[in-house]
Design a protein around this ligand. Sequence first.
Ligand code: CO
Length: 503
Amino acid sequence: MSQKAYADLITQLKEVSTLSSCASMLGWDERTYMPKKGSKFRAEQLSLLSGMIHEKFTSPKIGDLLGELGSSDFVKDDTSVEAVNIRETQHQYDKSTKLPNDLVKELTKVTTLAQGEWVSCRAKNDFKSFLPWLEKVVDLTKQKAEAYGYENEPYDALLDDYEPGAKTEEVVEVFANLRNELVILLDKIKGAPKKPDVSIVERAYDVELQRIFGESVAQAIGFGFDEGRLDVTTHPFCSGMGPGDTRITTRYNPNRLNDALFGIMHEAGHGLYEMGIDKENHFGTPMGESTSLGIHESQSRMWENQVGRSKAFWKYFFPQAQRLFKSSLEDVELDDFYAAINNVTPSYIRVEADEATYNLHILLRFELERGLMTGEIKAADVRDQWNERFKKYFGLEVDKDANGCLQDVHWSAGLIGYFPTYTLGNLYSAQFFNKAKADMPDIDQQFENGDFLKLRHWLKDNIHIHGQRYRATKLVEVVTGESLSYKPLVAYMNKKYGEIYGF
Ligand code: CO
């Protein structure tokens, strides 16, 4: 009997996912090739689709099937394909049906307006005018957390949207330790005897050559162009449409090599995760989906940083880069280039931050938004709290709100609970990469030879293939034998920057 219920559930889920993939395709087109005047009609198309998707997924029929399957033999072994699909669908179903319709509508309305207000307040550096909107979003977000329910604190319920199963108290201590270590590291870098010459990567870099180089790098790390695309957008992203179709985007700066190159490696890292999941067999079900945003980010960060900003990688690629960008790189030594792409400079803007300071930006936001949810911090105090912490962590006085608490769209969009996934990704990536190196001690030699596919397959076999079999914290334990820790990331950074900066 439950055989049929399971088969019915899978059929329903695949239809929901196929509809969702149509929405993704329209979203991708909107951001890449759609003519400007198409935006109003596109909004109608997407709104109709998202209504259909929500209605289909939250239908009582799915609830009935889950009810029947939840007590069947299918869930006995909790890592079996069937048990995973039932468990994670139940989790999503509960979340989707818990929010009252009025709250969902109010959240959509307020965050749409708040984003518009945020744009104009940011332009005027006017936190005061944005404050009533921040207060509304915070209030509605608290209501959302209450509607979801939580064990320990409201922030748990929000974090769970992006990092299912993660508990705030588990990350608080790891993050605080990381923050302390990073502040020390930054001090060492500031006082270091050696300084990279960053102007090397700020010369003229022909955009078409950047595209050719970026594509060859993406290809080398396993991003196949018969199952993927690379296009241009203002805000780069990766979209895993479905089996055999994964798309990434980037943006080119004719006077900076780093933006597009490491952007492509980052998005290709996301893309490799999407490609590595067994979508042929599991598309549309939790086994055919990534397990969390943090794990997704660990994949992008590994290719961008542990691989793309390593000496071994450039021993192979630098001669090619020199041939392509002859006038800008022919007089440059590998060591100087390597130092330039790893330059660290504390700065105001998160999205432009280097590898070492990036997490400090995230930790600051995490502390504030968690405080907003517990009530320890009032929305009215966000600017002062931000600036005070920024001074403490970065050693810089924030000069204007656009460089401070008004720089990110997230809070106006209601995305409270999202920021930690960036830092979790960096932590996980260091832990995974350590294990990959332990399994493949010749990994540097592989990179120097231009062989990146062994790492690609390692990631696929150890991480991608599991889909949502394990939640993120469990996956790290299964893969590395250790739980979430700040130590591997800190050790990696201290070693790398110690060599580059000479401390
Ligand atoms: Co990313």
